[in-house]
Design a protein around this ligand. Structure first.
Ligand code: PEP
Ligand code: MN
Length: 343
């Protein structure tokens, strides 16, 4: 159920609807938009009788939601969500670049990469503290020791820190020392982790599961939003197919497909999406051309020495060139009037 308020509905009228929703044991999600506020309702297992809301002051319309998701949709919020992280934004007019190594390996490595990333204008630095590795015998990340390095990087370069929470207790540490909680592909349907991230005030970057349909991905975002955290960024990172020329198949059609359904920002990760350094730049260009709000790119000062995802890491020089190219593409798109919003 979705309650659309009249454009001139007062804060008092909106509060009265929210109070009634709470009083009947449900949860209200008011979403202010450019022209009106809509209020999503969750917590019901069966249908709700919407007629009780119809005559409340300020209510324009009561809409039954027939789709499986309620909060991620353009029905609730026709304007794109712009996620704000300090002064940086994802989903607005600026191209969001999240770059850094797969994992934080040492102070020297992290600083060398952070310097490159900041020089290119990126506002977000990524780097795994805890790594979800396929094999238990490979490098699992520095763990808590990485926070000292990340804290220094944040202070020195003024970048926002994006790192993956592999389990619920990691969210506490990201809330303390980081800026964006990444939920990885392997955990896209770890529902207790999603709910924990949903109770956080920190924005969440939700990667697509490697075998997830768009509906499953959006329902994972719904888990986070249903807990009250509306700052969700989707990240397409490729899915498993029969193809053997890439690590994953980067599904760029997901970008316009998501735009048609959801107000959430969406970025593309061509590093995990291809698994091979020489393909990262071409697919990054394509990701921007298809309308993504930003990119996640893995960079290493010495890719040949990287302790994880070595084959897909760009050198600082390759990364700098990529950034120049994607900005040029974005500028052409802006001049050509390409719609970067819902299509
Ligand atoms: C990562 O970003 O380092 C990562 C592990 O990505 P994914 O969850 O997409 O595999
Ligand atoms: Mn990686």
């Amino acid at each position: 159920m979705l309650i659309v308020m009249k454009p001139r509905a007062t804060a008092h009228e909106i509060d009265a609807v929210v109070d009634l929703i709470t009083e009947i044991g449900l949860r209200a999600h008011p979403m202010p938009g450019a022209t009106r506020t809509a209020i999503g309702i969750t917590g019901n297992e069966g249908p709700i009788d919407g007629r009780r809301f119809e005559n409340l002051p300020g209510v324009a319309e009561v809409i039954r939601v027939t789709k499986p998701y309620k909060l991620v949709t353009l029905d609730l919020r026709p304007d794109k969500t712009v996620v704000r992280v300090g002064g940086a934004t994802i989903g607005g007019s600026e191209l969001a670049i999240i770059a850094g190594p797969c994992a934080i390996e040492s102070r020297e490595q992290a600083f060398a990469v952070a310097k490159t990333v900041q020089k290119s204008g990126a506002r977000f630095f990524r780097g795994g503290v805890w790594k979800p590795r396929t094999s238990p015998y490979t490098f699992q990340g520095l763990g808590d020791k990485a926070w000292q390095i990340l804290t220094e990087i944040r202070d020195t370069f003024g970048v926002k820190i994006v790192t993956e929470a592999v389990e619920e207790s990691h969210v506490d540490l990201i809330e303390k020392y980081g800026d964006v909680i990444q939920i990885g592909a392997r955990n896209m349907q770890n529902f207790s982790l999603l709910k924990r991230a949903g109770r956080s005030k920190v924005p969440v970057l939700l990667k697509r599961g490697m075998a997830a349909t768009l509906e499953e991905w959006l329902l994972a975002a719904e888990y986070i939003m249903a807990e009250g955290n509306y700052n969700v960024i989707l990240c397409e990172r490729g899915v498993r197919t029969f193809a053997q020329h890439t690590r994953n198949t980067l599904d760029l059609a997901a970008v316009p497909a998501i735009r048609r359904i959801s107000h959430l920002p969406i970025i593309v990760d061509p590093s995990h999406g291809t698994g091979t350094a020489y393909m990262v730049t071409p697919l990054a260009r394509a990701g921007i051309a298809v309308g993504a709000d930003g990119l996640m790119i893995e960079v290493h000062n010495r890719p040949e020495l990287a302790l994880s995802d070595s084959a897909q890491a760009l050198t600082p020089a390759e990364y700098a060139q990529l950034i120049e190219e994607v900005h040029a593409i974005r500028n052409v798109m802006a001049r050509a009037g390409c719609g970067l919003n819902a299509s």
